[in-house]
Write a protein that binds this ligand. Structure first.
Ligand SMILES: NC(=O)c1ccc[n+]([C@@H]2O[C@H](COP(=O)([O-])OP(=O)(O)OC[C@H]3O[C@@H](n4cnc5c(N)ncnc54)[C@H](OP(=O)(O)O)[C@@H]3O)[C@@H](O)[C@H]2O)c1
Length: 482
């Protein structure tokens, strides 16, 4: 048995785990124990990074013995059954007071279940969302931990040491209990889907409306990245658009197959939103747009369906590009507003106390959606913690006031040109839906009462009512059956 000398351990040494282990080892005061199911990965890591002075283990027993108490281990294995298998092993060799952290992309309901089961053994379980991909894991990710306040006491300083730093603050906060961290990470990914789709639509519209080349559009994005839209995703978009394929000499974007993949976290965000009754239409459209792109048979079958006859070109390219920028900004505000609505609803449903402003802060660095405008979200919730809809905060209201006409012009242009812009247009429909004084939901409620006696309320008096549709069509008081 090895002597206990590591203060933190990492299990799962694929890309994410080995990079996170190296990040941990590079920080003052850390000695890192490492374990992987198959020992080859451990050997590779040890031989490639002797400077990290890892403490390797071949068995779970050895791994536990190499850690000082309270033992703290971060699991970075394939989410799902892999995580459960490792938790079973760790609960066998760990003791009460020790801490198991799942840093994988777990579904938050799995984290709630696991936390409950592990807690019964006296061991702490922390589900921590980690964003930033492999580079973030190595250099500083954004970390969203859940779990108990007790576990946070030990874990906090370790995670603060390895997280990204934005404006002098580490991008990690104890988000809430049990599954709160993975829930917030899920919303992060949902917003990421929306943001990426909006950027892709902006590119497509500019290209097809102005005839600019991908390299020229890269310049547009680089310019945008110096203003309000400054963000990692805008920055890398310019990089991708500028890339030339070595084999063909074509812009790389033109030789990449136009079928977008997905690992499922966007779909989780939407499924959870459906359960919570929160309209995250921008995120949903982004998830569906990827699904549509990946239906080659259907796309081929529909390829000869008619679209607008006339070719499309905008009259004033610069003015159109500015309209698209404003439409992108407005739609992005909708995506974040919807994401935070889901956080608020999730917190209420699952009993978490989530500081919305703190969540925005921890997304400022290390993660994929890092962006300048996250500070504005923090400020909005600082000014009004009970803000009912983020997009109505003074700063965002002003952006929407300044951009809504451009937003409409862009959606109209896209529709007339037959160019799909589902995230732009659904975001605008959401905006118009929220601000509408009266919605046709009244008619829907009338239809529901007609076929299902689902009842309705009236605008002019208290109570619940039903019309006797198959009788004399008089109205009666009824029991609410919404
Ligand atoms: N890649 C990213 O950019 C990214 C970003 C954020 C979060 N994540 C999350 O981070 C985690 C790790 O991601 P990854 O891409 O580095 O690795 P991965 O491909 O998701 O998983 C491979 C690792 O899981 C281990 N594993 C699988 N089943 C196991 C089991 N039953 N028992 C023990 N170990 C098992 C493998 O061990 P063997 O070597 O023995 O097969 C290997 O170490 C995942 O949850 C992923 O979703 C990834």
């Amino acid at each position: 048995m090895s002597q206990a000398k590591a203060n933190i351990g990492v299990i799962g040494l694929a890309v994410m785990g080995s990079n996170l282990a190296r990040n941990l080892a590079s920080r003052e005061g850390n000695t890192v124990a490492v374990f992987n199911r198959s020992y080859e990965k451990t050997e590779t890591l040890l031989s490639e990074h002797p400077e990290a002075e890892f403490v390797p283990a071949k068995t779970y027993e050895e791994f536990a013995a190499s850690l000082t108490t309270p033992r703290t281990a971060i699991i970075m294995v394939q989410a799902g059954r892999g995580t459960d298998a490792v938790i079973d092993e760790l609960t066998r060799v760990f003791e009460p007071g020790d801490i198991i952290v799942d840093g994988g992309n777990a579904l938050f309901t799995d984290t709630i279940r696991r936390e409950k089961a592990v807690r019964e053994t006296g061991i702490n379980f922390v589900g921590a969302g980690i964003s930033g991909g492999e580079e973030g894991a190595l250099k500083g990710p954004s970390i969203m931990p859940g779990g108990s306040a007790e576990a946070w006491q030990t874990l906090g300083p370790i995670l603060e040491g390895i997280a990204a730093v934005a404006e002098g603050e580490p991008c990690v906060t104890h988000v809430g209990t049990d599954g709160a961290g993975h829930f917030v990470k899920m919303i992060h990914n949902g917003i990421e889907y929306a943001d990426m789709q909006l950027i892709a639509e902006a590119y497509d519209l500019i290209r097809r409306g102005t005839g600019k080349s991908p390299a020229e559009i890269a310049d547009v994005f680089a310019e945008w990245n110096r203003g309000d839209l400054e963000s990692y995703l805008i920055e890398i978009t310019a990089e991708v658009l500028r890339q030339v394929d070595a084999e063909t000499g074509q812009p790389l974007v033109d030789v990449i197959l136009d079928q977008a993949g997905a690992k499922g976290t966007g779909a989780w965000t939407v499924k959870s939103a459906l359960d919570l009754g929160i309209p995250v239409s921008g995120i949903a459209e982004a998830v569906f747009a990827r699904s549509l792109s990946s239906k080659p048979a259907q796309r081929a079958a529909a390829g000869d369906l008619p679209g607008p006859e006339a070719a499309w070109a905008v009259d004033d390219a610069d003015a159109f590009i500015e309209d698209v920028r404003l439409a992108l900004y407005a739609s992005k505000i909708v995506a974040y507003s919807q994401g935070f609505d889901e956080i608020i609803a999730g917190a209420q449903e699952y009993g978490w106390e989530i500081e919305k402003g703190e969540v925005a802060k921890l997304w400022r660095g290390g993660c994929i959606i890092r962006a300048r405008f996250l500070n504005r979200i923090t400020e909005a919730y600082a000014e009004d913690p009970e803000l009912v809809a983020l997009l109505t905060a003074p700063f965002f209201r002003e952006v929407l006031v300044g951009g809504q006409e451009a937003w409409r012009r862009v959606v109209v242009a896209a529709t007339q040109a037959g160019i799909p812009a589902p995230a732009f247009s659904s975001s605008l429909a959401y905006y118009d839906g929220l601000r509408a004084e009266r919605l046709p939901a009244a008619l829907v409620q009338g239809q529901r009462d007609f076929f299902g006696a689902h009842t309705y309320k009236r605008v002019d008096k208290e109570g619940t009512f039903h019309t006797l549709w198959s009788g004399d069509r008089s109205e009666i008081s009824a029991v609410d059956s919404h």
